[in-house]
Design a protein around this ligand. Structure first.
Ligand code: AMP
Ligand code: GLY
Length: 446
């Protein structure tokens, strides 16, 4: 069993031993908890699934949830960004803890409002969410505090941006500043390509009126390092890797993620210590220094470049679909983890040492146009966990209801076995309009 509970904190020099400090559950009376999970995708299904294994949770609500979540929680038809209705619901239904999945709810200020009303909520404030919602904020923070990332400049003027692009080497990365649902990043191989993208972003306001970050192109394997963060306390989760391209061989258009696995054999213990200290802890401290301490899940989208590990982006929440392979490996009671983060009391993270692999079943056509409403059969035959990303119930069965539809997670002693098993289990799901990748984990399975 792998227990990450002792890490040397390079900012303070002390050894932080998470096993020696008081547990959240010892402080809170042994009360049974009613929990509200905000969101309705595969990530929220994995959170609900983990909460349903908790000894402390007696009731789970999900808003809006989805057809699969409805089998483990009571779904409430409220949109994730409808903060005032969610607040009223939490008060009326005795919700002890709210857990926020999507960034849109965080950027809408759900945490600030719940805190103002004295309710416990897991997630960062609107000011702290800027680490995800504003690329200029995130890059500025990294520059100011020496957190390793790609060299960059920020522009609001098209001509200045073009002049800068022409002075740099290619390829060059252009990022629209704001929540552009993953579509605001262009890796331009030529000056013409950069010109077209900058015109869209700065002259035609394709994503709205905003700024553009122009940055150095980095190379190396990407990976996701999520930590539970409560002010200056940073608790590392096991690492995972996502696969953003639609098809095998990392071909095809970028998607929200087509499959994930954990652990990552190409990340050494030294890499992990470096990323923990110089990126995740350094960022938690920087957020405190900037007057917006972070509370919730800090997601480091990192790259192992020839010049060391650097930050590609931060997210202010659990990754989707990283969460669907990380939480199945968590052996600790997740309600105690959430309560510990919210109240600033300590907890321990204990992990299953087996490998987890998960594969997305997506509607044909995704991430472009696709049709919905195709019947899905065989989910109950799968020997593994099936998280619903976009399904609906019709005539007593499930039908497709989104771009990404299902996520199948299996665990095994090795990643190779996990992938063989995942591909075999997926074959049991019958639906005429779904496709999936078969090579998840190719960077780790030789
Ligand atoms: P982001 O929205 O910032 O995560 O960017 C989306 C994707 O673009 C990342 O997952 C990377 O694959 C790629 N990307 C972003 N920034 C860079 C960079 N500086 N160098 C190379 N690839 C990048
Ligand atoms: N898997 C990438 C993300 O959650 O943003």
């Amino acid at each position: 069993m792998e227990i990450i509970n002792k890490v040397r904190h390079e900012m303070t020099g002390e050894i932080v031993d998470f096993s020696k400090v008081r547990k959240g559950a010892e402080i809170e009376a042994e009360k049974e908890l009613t929990v509200l999970v905000v969101g309705g995708g595969g990530r929220e299904h994995a959170i609900v699934d983990a909460l349903s294994r908790s000894k402390r949770v007696s009731k789970i609500f999900a808003a809006p949830g989805n057809a699969g979540i409805a089998e483990q929680a009571e779904c409430v038809p409220v949109k994730d960004t409808d903060v005032e209705t969610l607040l009223a619901f939490a008060k009326e239904n005795g919700v002890d803890l709210t857990v926020v999945g999507p960034e849109a709810a965080l950027a809408a200020g759900i945490v600030d409002r719940f805190q103002e009303e004295g309710l416990k909520i897991f997630g960062p404030t609107k000011a702290a969410t800027r680490i995800e919602s504003s690329k200029a904020f995130a890059k500025g923070l990294m520059k100011k505090y020496g957190i390793p990332t790609a060299e960059y400049e920020v522009f609001c003027d098209y001509q200045s941006a073009m002049d800068y692009v022409k002075s740099q080497s290619l390829p060059i990365v252009l990022k629209y500043d704001g929540l552009a649902a993953g579509k605001g990043v262009v890796i331009a191989e030529t000056v013409d390509e950069a010109e077209g993208a900058l015109k869209d972003m700065l002259l035609n306001d394709k994503f709205g009126h905003g700024e553009v970050v122009v940055e150095e192109h980095l190379t190396g394997p990407e990976f996701s390092f999520m930590c539970f963060v409560s002010g200056d306390r940073v608790y590392p989760m096991v690492m995972a890797q996502d696969h953003k391209r639609a098809f095998d061989g990392d071909k095809g258009p970028n998607t929200g993620g087509m499959g994930t696995y954990s652990p990552l054999p190409f990340i050494t213990k030294e890499d992990e210590e470096y990323a923990y200290n110089h990126i995740m802890c350094a960022t938690a401290h920087a957020m405190i220094a900037e007057g917006c301490p972070f509370c919730g899940v800090l997601y480091g989208g990192l790259m192992k470049t020839p010049k060391g590990i650097k930050v590609i982006e931060f997210n202010a929440r659990f990754g989707d679909p990283e969460t669907e392979v990380v939480l199945p490996r968590l052996k600790s009671d997740i309600a105690e983890v959430f309560m510990g983060v919210v109240k600033g009391t300590d907890f321990q993270l204990e992990w299953d040492e087996r490998a987890a692999m998960g594969i997305v079943l997506a509607s044909k056509g995704y991430p472009g146009d696709y049709q919905k409403g195709f019947p899905i059969e065989g989910i109950e035959d799968v020997d593994g966990t099936v998280y619903h990303m976009g399904t609906a119930k019709k005539d007593g069965g499930f039908v497709t209801n989104g771009g990404r539809v299902l996520f199948v997670t299996v665990m095994a002693d090795t990643l190779k076995e996990a992938r063989e098993k995942a591909n075999a289990e997926i074959a049991k799901i019958r639906c005429e309009n779904l496709f999936h990748r078969t090579d998840i984990g190719w960077q780790a399975i030789k």
